[in-house]
Design a protein around this ligand. Structure first.
Ligand code: SAM
Length: 235
């Protein structure tokens, strides 16, 4: 797996040191082990995990630039994607992982302890609730999410956590279809602007869109609306 990691990450312009490779290998082993007991991922093959989870998560850095000593929240992190991969690759990031499934949070706590990661926490609950807590609302330099909801929904779950001047970086799949157009109104209501869209492609097989939004004003207090409403009636 060591060689596979080196090759995959180098193709995308990333260099991993030995410590990072060992951490990713341990992450893989724990993921597969816990996946027998709780549903963490449908992807188990080494090569697939390296490309579709690890490298895909790392593509965040294609949009973020330098992140030294910034704070980051990963909303709907599941088994830690992208948040745990980002912490491994950028150890000075201060990371918070949020997920509404308690069993996944148990896994994340075991994982981050085993990897001896510091300045990383895993919290249980819904973004619609945590987004109203004073110590989380508008507190993060960076917020990210992958595979949680379409943009028109995701923005309401994520943008309230971003401090003014900070960024929400959404990792999206190969096709955006109408997602951007549908999300436009909500982005403005929530106090943000799209500032970058990066299309990234690896050898015609692996295409991703990374959407960057910058927070330019406070999010009005009524957002996020109560749990379930963003999904039922997107802004
Ligand atoms: N981000 C991970 C990834 O890319 O592999 C997990 C994706 S999984 C499809 C979606 C995750 O988002 C689930 O673990 C689910 O529990 C979590 N989730 C969905 N809605 C949420 C909400 N409103 N607040 C917090 N977590 C949420």
């Amino acid at each position: 797996m060591d060689k596979l990691l080196t090759e995959a990450f180098e193709q995308a312009g990333f260099t991993l040191n030995d410590k990072q490779k060992n951490q990713l290998i341990t992450y893989y082993q724990l993921l597969i082990q816990w996946n027998q007991r709780i549903n963490l991922t449908a992807i188990e093959e080494e090569q697939d995990v390296v490309y579709k989870h690890f490298l895909d998560s790392a593509l965040f850095f294609k949009a973020s630039g330098k992140v030294d000593h910034l704070s980051l929240l990963d909303v709907g992190t599941g088994a830690g994607f992208p948040g745990v991969v980002l912490k491994i690759m950028a150890p000075t990031l201060s990371v918070c992982l949020l997920d509404s499934l308690n069993k996944r949070v148990d896994f994340l706590q075991k994982l981050t302890a085993t990897l001896q990661l510091e300045d990383i926490s895993a919290i249980h609950g819904r973004a619609e609730e945590w987004g109203h807590k004073a110590t989380y609302r508008q507190q993060f330099d960076l917020v990210t999410a992958r595979a949680v909801a379409r943009l028109s929904v995701l923005n309401e779950l994520c943008l309230p956590f971003v401090k003014v001047g900070g960024r929400f970086i959404a990792l999206k799949g190969p096709e955006l279809n109408n997602e951007l157009a549908d999300a436009e109104r909500g982005i403005a209501l929530l106090g943000a602007q799209i500032t970058d869209i990066i299309e990234w492609e690896l050898a015609d097989t692996f295409k991703r869109n990374i959407i960057v939004m910058t927070k330019t004003a406070n999010t009005p207090q009524k957002y996020p609306r109560r749990a379930g409403t963003p999904q039922k009636t997107p802004l």
